[in-house]
Design a protein around this ligand. Structure first.
Ligand code: FSO
Ligand code: SF4
Length: 545
C-alpha cells in the first residue's frame, strides 16, 4: 500500500504497511481499485457529456460516493468497497456501450480495458495506486487536486441528500479526473487546475450552505449543553444534517434522547432542530477521542460521515456502532436508505431503549452559531469594535483536530492570543480551545464558531463582507490572519477554496502535507505565502501579535 493523503501519514512520508488511521493494506488496495473505476467512468462520462449525451444521476452519485468512501477514516469495510469497485466496472462497461452507440471515440487506456477476475485484484491494485504517476511533481499536484475533489464530493453528497444538486460540479469533478488521467499535463496546467478546483470548492460549500439553511434555518447564537440527561441516548457524529433530521423525528416520543458528537455539534445551532425537546446537546469532543467517550456514552452511535476510529477488541462499544452513507466498518451494521433517501433507524432506537443513560463526563455549555447570517446581524457591533480598536485582529483557526501531540499548539496559541484578538473557527479544530474561558470583547465572544468544516464558507462570506464594509481592494488587507489545522481531505478543499478567493499567507499545521513534493511546496510558499507552524511564541511574532 501507499497512502499519504492525511496529516497523520507514517513518519510524515507515507503509510506503506498499515495506515496510522487503522486502514490495512487490503482495504487500501480495494480503495485503489475503486479509484481506478472512478477514473474509468469519469473518462467515458466526460466524453459523452462533450458530445451532448446526458449523464444520469446514477453515474454522478457513483463518483461522489466512491470518492467519499476513500476519504480518511470513512470506510474500513474492504468487502463493501470491492463490491462498489465491481459495480463501477459494470457501470463503465454500460457507458462504453453508450459511447459506441453514439460513435464517440474513447482513449485506449488500461482503465477502460481491464477486466480481470477476482484472483487478479491484488496484483492490479499494486499497479494502479498513487505511485503509478512516476513524476514526483505531477504526482504531487494530481494528488492535491484529487484530495480536493474528495472533499468536494463529500460536501456535494450532503447537499444532494437534501435535494440540492449542481450538475456543473459533477461535470467538473469528472472532467478534472479525465484530464489528470488521459491528458498530457504540465505543472503549470495542473497549478491552474488546482485553483479551479478551489473555485468549485467555494461553489459546493455555497450549495451545501444553501441546502442546510433552507432546510433547517440559519444557525443562531446558541449555548449548547455539554452535560447529560437521565434517559438513554443515541450519539450521532459526522456532517450529514439530513440524517440528523431523520433521527430526531424518529426518536421523538420514544423515551430516547439524541446527542451530537464531534463535527455534528453545529446541528445544535439550527432553529429546526432546536424544537426537539429530546435533543439534549453535545457529548464529548473531536473524533479522535471517541474510544474513551463512546465507551462512557453507553448507547448506540451513528456515523453519518468519516472520522471512524477503528474499535479494537477491547472496546466495549463495537456492537453499538452503526454506519450510514459512504461510511462502513466490518462487523458494524450499515443503515441503507430507500430510493427516496429515507432511513429506518428503528433498530438503533430499540437498542438504545435497553442501554443505560450516558455517563456524565462534563457539565456546562459552549457557545456557537456564528455563521454568516448571524454575524451579519451583529455586524454593526463587530465593525464598531474594529474601528474603536477593541478588536485588533481576527485569527481564522478553522479545520480539523487530530490525535497528534503537537496539536496542543492550538490550545496554547488560543490561550496566549492577546485579549483583543477574536478567533473565527469552523470544523472540529475548535475542540482544542472552545471550552477555554476566553471571554468576550464588548459582548462578542472571543471564539466565534461558524459550524462544521464546510461552514468555513461562512468565514469567507464574512471576510468578503468586511472587505466591502471597510472599502478595501484586497481581502488580504483585512485584519485577519489564518492559522489553519488540517487532518484530512475536506480540509484540502477548504484550503484550495481560500486560495482561489485570493487569501494569502495561510499557516497550515501541525505539519505540511506529505503529498506536497519539495518543488510544489516551494511554489505554494512563493506564490501564496503558505507556511507551516513554529512555536507559539515565534508564530505570534510572525502574525504581528
Ligand atoms: Fe473534523 Fe473529521 Fe469536518 Fe474532517 S470531523 S476532521 S475536516 O472529517 O471533516 O472537521
Ligand atoms: Fe495513512 Fe492517512 Fe492514508 Fe490512513 S489515510 S493510510 S493514516 S495517510
Amino acid at each position: 500500500m501507499f497512502c499519504y493523503q492525511c496529516q497523520e501519514t507514517a513518519n510524515g512520508k507515507a503509510c506503506i504497511l498499515k495506515g496510522i488511521c487503522g486502514k490495512n493494506s487490503a482495504t487500501s488496495a480495494s480503495m485503489d481499485l475503486l479509484l481506478f473505476s472512478v477514473r474509468a467512468i469519469s473518462i467515458v462520462a466526460d466524453a459523452l457529456r462533450n458530445n451532448g449525451v446526458a449523464i444520469t444521476d446514477k453515474v454522478n452519485h457513483f463518483i461522489t460516493d466512491a470518492l467519499f468512501t476513500t476519504i480518511t477514516n470513512a470506510n474500513f469495510d474492504e468487502k463493501s468497497i470491492i463490491k462498489k469497485f465491481e459495480q463501477g466496472l459494470s457501470l463503465r462497461d454500460k457507458l462504453k456501450l453508450e459511447a459506441n452507440k453514439h460513435n464517440i471515440s474513447l482513449p485506449i487506456i488500461d482503465e477502460l480495458d481491464w477486466n480481470g477476475s477476482f484472483t487478479e485484484y491484488d496484483q492490479k491494485a499494486k499497479e494502479v495506486g498513487v505511485l503509478r504517476e512516476k513524476d514526483i511533481n505531477l504526482r504531487s499536484l494530481k494528488e492535491l487536486i484529487l484530495y480536493g475533489l474528495k472533499g468536494m464530493a463529500a460536501y456535494l453528497e450532503h447537499a444532494m441528500r437534501l435535494g440540492y444538486d449542481d450538475y456543473s460540479i459533477h461535470a467538473f469533478i469528472q472532467h478534472t479526473i479525465k484530464v489528470m488521467t488521459v491528458d498530457k499535463v504540465s505543472m503549470q496546467s495542473l497549478l491552474e487546475l488546482t485553483i479551479q478546483t478551489g473555485e468549485y470548492g467555494v461553489k459546493v460549500m455555497a450549495l451545501l450552505d444553501q441546502a442546510n439553511t433552507n432546510q433547517y434555518g440559519h444557525p443562531r447564537v446558541t449555548s449548547v449543553n455539554i452535560g447529560v440527561g437521565d434517559r438513554p441516548g443515541i450519539l450521532i457524529s459526522g456532517h450529514d444534517l439530513h440524517d440528523m433530521e431523520q433521527l430526531l423525528k424518529q426518536t421523538e416520543g420514544t423515551g430516547v434522547d439524541v446527542y451530537t458528537h464531534g463535527e455534528m455539534l453545529p446541528a445544535n445551532y439550527y432553529p429546526k432542530f432546536k424544537r426537539f425537546k429530546h435533543f439534549i446537546g453535545n457529548y464529548g469532543n473531536a473524533w479522535w477521542k471517541q474510544r474513551e467517550e463512546f465507551s462512557k456514552f453507553n448507547g448506540p452511535i451513528l456515523f453519518t460521515t468519516n472520522c471512524i476510529v477503528p474499535p479494537t477488541e477491547r472496546d466495549d462499544y463495537k456492537d453499538r456502532i452503526f454506519t450510514s452513507n459512504a461510511t462502513g466498518f466490518p462487523g458494524c451494521r450499515h443503515i441503507l436508505s430507500d430510493k427516496d433517501g429515507h432511513k429506518d433507524y428503528s433498530e438503533i432506537i430499540e437498542l438504545a431503549k435497553h442501554c443505560k443513560a450516558p455517563t456524565e463526563i462534563e457539565t456546562g455549555t459552549i457557545v456557537g452559531g456564528f455563521a454568516h447570517h448571524q454575524v451579519f446581524q451583529l455586524l454593526d457591533k463587530v465593525v464598531a469594535a474594529v474601528k474603536d480598536g477593541s478588536i485588533k485582529r481576527f485569527i481564522v483557526m478553522a479545520g480539523c483536530d487530530g490525535r497528534m501531540r503537537g496539536r496542543s499548539y492550538y490550545t496554547e496559541f488560543a490561550e496566549k492570543l492577546p485579549k483583543d484578538c477574536v478567533i473565527l473557527t469552523a470544523g472540529c479544530a475548535k475542540y482544542r480551545y472552545n471550552k477555554l474561558p476566553l471571554g468576550d470583547i464588548a459582548g462578542i465572544p472571543r471564539v466565534l464558531d461558524a459550524g462544521q468544516c464546510n461552514d468555513s464558507y461562512s468565514l469567507a462570506v464574512i471576510a468578503m463582507k468586511l472587505k466591502e464594509v471597510f472599502a478595501l481592494n484586497d481581502i488580504n488587507d483585512l485584519p485577519i490572519s489564518y492559522n489553519i489545522a488540517w487532518y484530512e481531505q475536506k480540509a484540502v478543499i477548504v484550503l484550495l477554496a481560500l486560495l482561489s478567493l485570493g487569501v494569502k499567507n495561510i499557516h497550515l499545521g501541525p505539519s505540511l502535507p506529505a503529498f506536497l513534493s519539495p518543488d510544489i511546496a516551494t511554489i505554494l510558499i512563493e506564490e501564496f505565502g503558505i507556511a507551516g507552524i513554529n512555536t507559539v511564541e515565534e508564530d505570534m511574532k510572525i502574525f504581528g501579535l
